[in-house]
Design a protein around this ligand. Structure first.
Ligand SMILES: Nc1ncnc2c1ncn2[C@@H]1O[C@H](COP(=O)(O)OP(=O)(O)OP(=O)(O)O)[C@@H](O)[C@H]1O
Length: 212
C-alpha cells in the first residue's frame, strides 16, 4: 500500500556540497526550514539556486553533507515523495489541451480528478483549459506548469524563478497560493531574483555574496 506523504514537513541542510560537471557549485550550505515557512533563495546568475533546489528535490546527488526532512517521521524520509520541483521547463505536451496536460500530471501524482479543476482555478486557467498548450503565451505556459504544485499534493514546494514571464496579477495570485499552502502546514522554497512579495518569508543568499 502506498504511504501518503505527511503534510507538515520541514527541512534541514547540514554542510551540503553539490557538484555539477565535476565542479563543486555549492559548498558548506546549512539551513533549516520549518513547516509553514517560506524561504527565498537569492544570489547572482550561476550562484547555484537551481542546483540547490534540485538537490533538495532529490534530482541531483549531494557530494557531502546531509539533507533531511524534519517533522516527517522516521518512515518518511524520501524527499522525492514529499517535494515537488517546479523549474524553468514547464513540461507541457504542446498537442494536448491545458486540461489534458493537467490530467496527465494528476494521474502521475495519483491526485483526485477534482484537483484538476482546483488547480485550473488556482492559476486562473479555467478559460484556457480547452486550448492546446502550444497556443499559450509564455506567461500562460508558466502558470500551467505551476499547477503541478497544486496537483502534486506534496507538502514541500520548490519553485525556481516562478515570477519569470508572469504578470503582476498572476504573481499576486501565486504568492497567495504559496501563503495558503504554508498556512495549511506546507513549506516552500523559492529561488528568485526579485519581485516576490511575501513579508513573512526569510531570505538566504547562495554563492560568493553568502559570506559577505
Ligand atoms: N548541467 C550542468 N553541468 C555542469 N554545470 C552546470 C550544469 N547546470 C548548471 N551548471 C553550472 O552550475 C552553476 C550554478 O548554476 P545554477 O543554474 O544552479 O545557478 P542559478 O543561481 O540558478 O542561476 P540563474 O540565476 O542564472 O538561474 C553555474 O555555474 C552553471 O554553469
Amino acid at each position: 500500500m502506498r504511504t501518503a506523504a505527511r503534510f507538515a514537513v520541514g527541512l534541514r541542510l547540514e554542510d551540503v556540497a553539490v557538484a555539477r560537471g565535476g565542479r563543486t557549485i555549492l559548498a558548506d550550505v546549512s539551513l533549516t526550514l520549518a513547516p509553514r515557512e517560506t524561504l527565498l533563495v537569492k544570489g547572482r546568475n550561476g550562484a547555484g539556486k537551481t542546483t540547490l533546489l534540485r538537490a533538495i528535490a532529490g534530482l541531483l546527488p549531494v557530494e557531502r553533507g546531509r539533507i533531511a526532512l524534519t517533522n516527517a517521521g522516521s518512515e518518511a524520509q524520501d524527499r522525492r515523495g514529499h517535494a515537488i520541483y517546479a523549474g524553468h521547463a514547464d513540461a507541457l505536451k504542446p498537442a494536448l489541451t491545458v486540461r489534458e496536460n493537467l490530467a496527465f500530471w494528476a494521474k502521475l501524482h495519483r491526485a483526485p480528478i477534482a484537483r484538476i479543476e482546483e488547480a485550473l482555478a488556482a492559476l486562473d486557467l479555467a478559460s484556457l483549459a480547452d486550448q492546446p498548450a502550444a497556443r499559450l503565451s509564455a506567461g500562460q505556459k508558466r502558470r500551467a506548469g505551476l499547477t503541478r504544485l497544486v496537483l502534486s499534493g506534496k507538502p514541500l514546494w520548490l519553485l525556481d524563478e516562478p515570477a519569470a514571464a508572469i504578470d503582476a496579477d498572476s504573481l499576486a495570485r501565486l504568492t497567495g497560493l504559496v501563503k495558503a499552502h504554508c498556512d495549511k502546514g506546507g513549506a516552500a522554497i523559492i529561488a528568485t531574483h526579485d519581485r516576490i512579495s511575501l513579508p513573512s518569508a526569510r531570505a538566504v543568499i547562495v554563492g560568493p555574496e553568502a559570506t559577505a
